[in-house]
Design a protein around this ligand. Structure first.
Ligand code: NAD
Length: 352
């Protein structure tokens, strides 16, 4: 079997999950890495036995043997690297969020259409095994019409610092970083309804609280707490053309008693709660029933979901399946996220 040769651009924290998953996929050969930080790129190449090391992504893309790339860099580079990769005849797995702005998103979409290459957005939560189970129940109509959903990801202390806290490079704070996961998951499970309007609020009241001691949290590879110009928290109400609505709240920093996450869906025949583990609620014979699916991973399994995502990408590259996270889904999410920021800045609802 000919192996598909993969390049990894950006060798920081999340690239480890991509590398581990590619390494475990028998259809793949890890072929090239690239990072601005040469030592980081070299260490990655050594660890995973990767023959080609670059510090300039243009050079990696010029390597004709590389057939597909994972883009694991700062958000402000996703658009330019994705477009260059597509034009260099590579398929692309771009980490979430697709990019920062709607203009960038539309330009990436145009590049996908013009080149005929495939771009998958890194919506890893869509690939969780509990979501595959829930999707079967939803597709069979067990929830009925889903008319309300809640997407919440509250970190009481968890601003990753570095580029994540630099709006120029990240595009924003918890909304674009972690909100994107849960908003996308709700939207995907609701059947990707068309957005009608968005109303949002953002707050920057607490800062990154780098004064707090003895509390561990996710940090960027180049952690630096001195710079922070992103929101601490955001909330929003998204209305859809079909009458459904989605309530959002997310934070990097909040005086909350504990961290929490919610991906809840409520329909005419039943409901589902994905966090902390999959549970389905329905009614039978005038009785409310809570269903606890007996599956190996009823909760979000981080590396298992990355493995599923990478396997899905590889099979999409090979034409075996069609990706379930196409560029259009990245574009729509960037429209929603930016409308929330715009609504917060202007203090009014944004109509689509
Ligand atoms: N799917 C998830 O659950 C998940 C989790 C964390 C991060 N992410 C996403 O992954 C991306 C990277 O996040 P991270 O936590 O790994 O950050 P990180 O800071 O740990 O690593 C980013 C790396 O990219 C490198 N880089 C930046 N610009 C580059 C360029 N032009 N060329 C080559 N290398 C470049 C940096 O030097 C750094 O090593 C972000 O888009 C983030 O949103 C996704």
């Amino acid at each position: 079997m000919t192996l598909i040769k993969i390049g990894i651009i950006g060798n920081g924290s999340i690239s480890e999950s991509h590398l581990t998953a590619y390494q475990a996929n028998p259809k793949v050969k890890l072929w090239a890495v690239c990072d601005l930080n040469e030592e980081r790129a070299r260490k990655t190449a050594e660890k995973y036995d990767i023959p080609h090391v670059y510090t300039d992504y243009h050079e990696l893309l010029a390597n004709k043997e590389v057939q597909a790339v994972s883009i694991c860099t700062w958000n402000n580079t996703h658009a330019e690297i994705s477009i260059a990769a597509l034009k260099a005849d590579k398929n692309v797995l771009c980490e979430k969020p697709l990019c920062k702005t709607v203009d960038e998103a539309l330009t990436i979409e145009e590049a996908v259409q013009k080149t005929g290459k495939m771009l998958q957005v890194g919506y890893v939560r869509r690939h969780a095994s509990n979501i595959a189970v829930l999707k079967k129940f939803i597709d069979a109509g067990d929830l009925g019409d889903i008319y309300f959903a809640k997407a919440s990801m509250i970190r009481r202390l968890g601003n990753p610092g570095g580029w994540f806290a630099d709006k120029e490079r990240s595009g924003g704070g918890p909304l674009i970083d972690i909100g994107v996961h849960v908003i996308d998951l709700c939207w995907y499970l609701m059947g990707k309804p068309k957005v009608k309007s968005v109303s949002g609020n953002t707050y920057a009241k607490l800062g990154n609280r780098s004064n707090i001691e003895s509390y561990d949290f996710y940090k960027a590879a180049d952690y630096d707490a001195t710079r922070n110009d992103v929101e601490d928290m955001a909330n929003a109400l998204v209305r859809f053309e079909n009458g459904a609505s989605l309530l959002v709240d997310v934070s990097f920093s909040l005086h909350a008693k504990q961290d929490s996450a919610q991906v809840n869906l409520y329909g005419t025949n039943g409901g589902a709660e994905v966090e902390p583990q999959l549970s389905i609620v329905t009614e039978q014979h005038n009785t409310i029933i809570n269903i606890d699916p007996q599956i190996t991973d009823p909760a979000f399994d981080f590396q298992g979901s990355f493995q599923n995502e990478i396997n899905h990408f590889v099979d999409s590259c090979l034409g075996i399946i069609e990706t379930n996270s196409p560029v259009q889904d990245g574009v729509e999410m960037i429209k929603i996220l930016n409308a929330i920021y715009q609504s917060a800045a202007e203090g009014k609802e944004i109509q689509f």
